[in-house]
Design a protein around this ligand. Structure first.
Ligand code: WT7
Length: 702
């Protein structure tokens, strides 16, 4: 790394050297009423999870589960960094989330489904009903599809109860599910089918989004075709119906390949399938996420460690009790939904609300009407949703009679301004807030205050959660100390049960991407030599709280979802006229960051509105609608170094109204001013605001 830095033409201060000037915010304290009922109100929890007690402290999380065979060893570090958790133990994730609650909670709602159209009444699915439906679906997967433990199945399902039913049915058999967010395009789904080696795709005909019943079946056809083109054959496509018994898509079914789940299920009515005891280390699911190369990474999560970790953090950080009504307003298609709508809450017998649609549909009062009607008392969402709801209806929460005891924010850094609105207006100054920092790779929360024990500090994720020991390293592997005002690379010193096992089919990428940079000794079998590198910039205040500053790699966090710049650039390059493409992040009032695209066209081509539309369309088709860029600029040439590298850092400065710095040593310095004028207008518009850390550093490694 330091070698790379030396050879750079434009040496910038490293992230560790950038002193981050931000005001220390005042603490907020949890309400007494909250503390009295909290699952974690004994400060001894920190002693129990002290580093001297590692890894045995995590027995406490494993004990929240029911094991069909007890584990023999908590942590096996024999093959770093491929840690093994709860070695020798056997359990079934579906049994732990469903069957074992039947005795006490048979008639309690496991899920309450809220459809987007407000006239469709909420639907409560009891644990008993969930058990029946999961069991029937498991019978179908086993006997109709021939699926068995270890096989992969791709799901491309929207936010309806059929999604967790299908996931749990897979888990019941030990089948590895790979749910792809429904907002991903058919092509993106197809690439994930190929990577995971799935022969079965499970999708739905249609779903409601922003007032429209979207045709989703069409994406299944594109996905299968894309996978076929990549030499992955899909034998069966199972289509759930948004309205059972009625087909809501204009796209025809393909005879012999496509089947309506509701039709086939009739054959399995009332069938009971025994949960298959799985090795603690058996993979439970894959969750794809973007990285800095174009190819998405299939994060492979294990059964025992993952389930124990999400159960423990749901109990202590989310503070869920079986009597609570808990609503995580995320999509199950992302890791937040897997861990904190389905597996974590169900493992501890919660009632988990799932909402199909857009938070601001039909108006910004919708979430608060849902909360009031269902008497939700724990609420979980993202800064993007908070900003959008605040902008569209700052006074809306006060119009409704709901009371939250606890609220979560996740996915991006939250501005103290937005935090205070969340606290004062949404939480009505009664609810405690946890700002939870973690990643798809991590399984569950890594930093967050313990809600009854630690004061909150707006804009700060807080201390690490029990059993997690972070460290911030500078470029040279030196520790950046708390209170130094310096930023560096956020790392975790120790393994934990929720960490992914590997990247599906690419163990090297797992080692190189997360462990190589700060590994102290590649031959060591001691976990202390293998810190995990998260890829985020961070700083630690004197009080030990961590402030996450954003990605340090070429990943853009759009509304809490990762997009790889390479993925977007590759999509642009599929448009025939495009010679070169560069993507940079720009700040956005609602989404935090958005991609902005610069393209140079092949000789003889002109940048017409049609060109721009085709570029946008290519992104929507190859990645998905949520990847829509904020702007597309057709430029005469890209700013380049003499060795021909595109200077994304210069483009990012122009897009974000920052000073471009010294560009005189570029191969084509004059083009910078042309581009600047095109983007900002004739007069230089340089914002005086502090530069967000991730944007200041963007493209520095180019
Ligand atoms: C990236 C992970 C796992 C949650 C959903 C996103 C950013 C996540 C926070 C937070 C500041 C946050 C980081 C991280 N991030 N939570 N509370 N404060 N930043 O999962 O798509 O894997 O993205 O989201 O940059 O690396 P993801």
């Amino acid at each position: 790394m330091s070698e790379k830095r030396k050879t750079k033409e434009y040496t910038e201060v490293s992230e560790a050297q950038i002193a981050v000037h931000w005001k220390e915010e005042e603490y907020f304290r949890p309400a007494k009423k909250f503390i009295e009922q909290a699952n974690a109100r004994d400060p001894d929890i920190r002693k129990r999870f002290a580093i001297e007690n590692f890894p045995d402290c995590f027995r406490e999380y494993a004990d929240l589960l029911t094991w069909s065979e007890p584990y023999k060893k908590v942590l096996d570090t024999g093959k770093p960094p491929f840690w093994k958790w709860f070695v020798g133990g056997k359990l079934n994730a579906c049994y732990n989330c469903v069957d074992r609650h039947l005795g006490q909670y048979r008639n309690k709602a496991a899920f309450i489904f809220v459809a987007e159209p407000e006239e469709e009444p909420p639907l409560a699915l009891t644990y008993q009903e969930l058990y029946v439906r999961v069991s029937e679906m498991a019978a179908l997967l086993r006997d109709f599809c021939g699926l068995k433990a270890g096989d992969r199945v791709t799901l491309h399902l929207p936010m309806t109860p059929e999604l967790p039913i299908t996931m749990l049915a897979c888990a019941r058999l030990g089948v590895i599910h790979s749910q792809v967010f429904a907002g991903f395009s058919g092509q993106a789904c197809g690439a994930r089918i190929q990577d995971s080696g799935s022969h079965v795709l499970i999708s739905m005909d249609a779903y409601w989004r922003a007032g429209k019943l979207l045709d989703h079946k069409v994406n299944a056809d594109i996905a299968v075709q894309t996978a076929e083109e990549m030499n992955q054959h899909v034998d069966k496509v199972l289509i759930w119906q948004r309205f059972a018994g009625k087909y809501s898509s204009p796209t025809p079914m393909v005879q012999g390949r496509d089947f309506f789940v509701n039709d086939v299920l009739k054959k399995y009515r009332d069938q009971r399938v025994e949960p298959v005891p799985m090795d603690a280390e058996a993979p439970l699911f894959l969750m794809y996420t973007s990285g800095s190369t174009g190819k998405p990474k299939g994060c492979q999560h294990r059964t025992g460690g993952y389930l124990a970790y999400v159960a423990g953090t749901s109990k202590y950080i989310q503070d869920i009790h079986p009597t609570d009504t808990y609503w995580c307003m995320a999509d199950i298609g992302w890791i937040t939904g897997h861990s904190y709508i389905v597996y974590g809450p169900l493992a501890i017998a919660a009632t988990s609300v799932m909402y199909e649609g857009v938070p601001t549909h039909p108006d910004a009062g919708r979430p608060w009407r849902i909360a009031e009607r269902l008497d939700v008392n724990i609420f979980h969402t993202s800064p993007t949703a908070i900003r959008a709801l605040r902008r569209a209806g700052p006074e809306e929460p006060s119009k409704y009679h709901y009371h939250f005891k606890h609220m979560t924010t996740v996915g991006e850094p939250i501005e103290p301004e937005a935090w205070r609105w969340y606290y004062n207006e949404v939480g009505k100054r009664e609810a405690v807030i946890v700002d939870t920092w973690w990643q798809t790779e991590n399984g569950g929360f890594l930093c967050s205050t313990l809600p009854a024990l630690d004061p909150m500090k707006p804009g700060s994720a807080g201390p690490p959660v029990p059993g997690i020991y972070p460290v911030i390293y500078d470029e040279d592997g030196k520790e950046v100390t708390a209170g130094s005002g310096q930023a560096g690379n956020m790392c975790i010193r120790n393994p934990w049960p929720g960490i992914m096992q590997t990247i599906w089919g690419d163990p090297e990428r797992f080692v190189n991407g997360y462990y190589k940079r700060y590994c102290k000794n590649p031959n060591s079998k001691d976990w202390r030599d293998w810190p995990y590198m998260a890829g985020d910039g961070a700083m630690q205040s004197a009080d030990g709280y961590f402030r996450i500053l954003g990605r340090i790699d070429d990943v853009i966090n759009v509304a809490g979802h990762r997009l790889g710049t390479k993925e977007i650039e590759n999509a642009c390059l599929t448009v025939a006229d495009v010679a070169e493409a560069a993507v940079v992040p720009v700040t956005d009032e609602i989404k935090g960051r958005m991609p902005e695209i610069y393209v140079a066209l092949k000789p003889g081509h002109e940048g017409t509105p049609d060109t721009i539309n085709r570029i946008i369309k290519a992104n929507e088709e190859i990645i998905g609608r949520f990847a829509r860029p904020k702007h597309v600029y057709v430029v005469p040439d890209m700013p380049k170094t003499r060795s021909g590298k595109i200077m994304r850092r210069v483009l990012a400065s122009i897009s974000n109204r920052r000073d471009v710095g010294d560009v005189t040593t570029l191969a084509n310095p004059a083009v910078v001013e042309d581009i600047r004028k095109m983007v900002q207008g004739k007069d230089a518009v340089v914002s005086g605001e502090a530069v967000p850390e991730d944007i200041a550093k963007f493209g520095q490694n180019d």
